[in-house]
Every structure is written in C-alpha cells, then in structure tokens.
Write a protein that binds this ligand. Structure first.
Ligand SMILES: [Zn+2]
Ligand SMILES: [Zn+2]
Length: 264
C-alpha cells in the first residue's frame, strides 16, 4: 500500500519481513503500552524491520488517534512515517494530522444500543474491537470484527463478563481493518516520497522538508501574537541547514477569534 508512491517518487521497493511482530512496541487496543513519542516508535519499528531483513533502509508507520488539538471535539488521525537510511546516515519523518477518521468508541449492552455508533464507525466496511467495559479480561478481547453475528456474540460475552454489564466497543484502527486510515496513510506516503525526492539546498542529501514551526501569527485587529503558526521551518536530515518560510496556506494574519486579547 505504501509501496506505490515511494516507488513512483524515488524508486524504492517496500519489502515486509515475515514474522515481524511490531505489537511488542505497543498495540492500539492497549494490551501493550507504547513507549516514547510517535516519532521514536516509528523509527524503532523501522530499525526492527531493518534488523529482520538485513537491510540498511527501513520504513515504518505509526498512527495515533484522538481529539484534534485545535478542534477539540473533532477526532483526528495523526499519521507518521519514519524512514531510515543508514547508508546516508539519515532519519526522515513525514507526518500529517488528518480530520479524516472514523475513530470512536462506545459502551453498550445490546446491539440495538449501538445503532448510531455503528454508522459513525462505518461498520462493517471498517472493523471493530470489543472488550468488557470494566477492563481487559483473559480471552475477552475481540479484534477485527466485520460481521454482525460476530459483533453480537462478542457484545453479549463481554457485557455479561463486565462489572457494569456493558461491553466497550471501539473502532479497529489497524490499517488492514480500516480503509479510511489507509487513505490517510497513502497521503503521508505521497508526502514522504516527495520529501525523499527533495534535496537539501546546502549538502544535497535527500529528505529536505518541514521540521518545525514557529507560532505567533499576528492578530488581524491588534497585531498581537497568537498561538497560530506564523512560519514553517524546513530542514535537512543530515546537516544543520534550515530555512524559514511563510505559511504554505497563504494565511498572513490570524482571525481575531484566535487572539487572547481581542477574544479572551
Ligand atoms: Zn487581537
Ligand atoms: Zn543538508
């Protein structure tokens, strides 16, 4: 899935080593906690694949889901791809924050209670995970549910085993269970391909792109600094060279609604 855009951009072939268990680095469903930032986890996963395959190049994705930090009531998919090239001595990370996600959870006693949730979760084209609402119990974690009969059975078993009589139901965010996430992953792979095809203007190493942002976009009314991004910093994965560019979306002043002075 990630292969096509990377092949098209820079001629890389993606190879998935057999028997690679990245669940050891954490799972979405919470059996194993993830250690470190998404960036650290993605790069660690890439190195795990490189060791398994005996290659000097590695690629791994890491997704996290939750409320959008700007729009607190809207879910967002933060998708990150980590790329390692030990031949060049670089680590390149490309990421996006996309509002395109079905990420959601609910607690229910019966299938009928779930009607609204199932529409939001885009079941059955998107998979679900079910467990007892009061917490994980051995043998009661059902992943990758895409059939109504299986969902009903999991609900019944988990609800009756839960202290509060409810089953916890959540969207299965693993890429093979989630076509919406696959779309976002494709977008970030296109972004990584573009980035690997872009050379540092100073040392000509591939991977030039966004590495940081500067906040403080001036308010349209009072000119005071807001929390909005004012500049995008592009950088090289190898040398220290950086360039500061104005926002790529063309916004030069912040709406007064973003200003703590004009709209406290
Ligand atoms: Zn203001
Ligand atoms: Zn450079």
């Amino acid at each position: 899935m990630l292969g096509q855009p990377l092949r098209a951009a820079v001629g890389l072939e993606v190879y998935v080593p057999a028997d690679l268990n990245t669940d050891l680095l954490g799972t979405f469903s919470g059996e194993v906690d993830r250690q470190g930032t998404p960036r650290e986890v993605a790069l660690r996963k890439a190195r795990l694949g490189m060791n398994a395959a005996g290659l000097t190049l590695g690629l791994a994705s890491e997704g996290s889901f939750g409320p959008d930090p700007q729009l607190l009531f809207v879910s967002a998919d933060h998708e990150l791809l980590g790329f390692v090239d030990d031949g060049l001595g670089i680590e390149v990370v490309e990421q996006i924050l996309s509002p395109k996600t079905n990420f959601a959870h609910d607690a229910a006693r019966t299938f009928e209670d779930l009607k609204d949730f199932l529409a939001r979760a885009r079941f059955p084209s998107h998979g679900l995970i079910v467990r007892p609402n009061s917490g994980l119990q051995p043998g009661l974690l059902f992943k990758g549910i895409t059939k109504t009969a299986a969902l009903k059975e999991a609900l019944e078993r988990c609800a009756s085993a839960s202290e509060d009589g409810l089953a916890h139901v959540e969207t299965d965010m693993r890429a093979h269970m989630n076509p919406t996430r696959r779309q976002v992953l494709l977008e970030v792979a296109v972004g990584l391909g573009r980035r690997l095809a872009t050379l540092c203007p100073e040392c000509l190493t591939p991977g030039w792109g966004l590495v940081d942002v500067v906040r403080g976009l001036p308010c349209e009314w009072c000119g005071g600094e807001t929390e909005l991004v004012s500049a995008e910093i592009h950088g090289c994965p190898l040398c220290e060279y950086r360039e500061s560019n104005p926002r790529s979306d063309g916004l030069r002043v912040a709406p007064p609604g973003e200003c703590s002075w004009c709209n406290p």
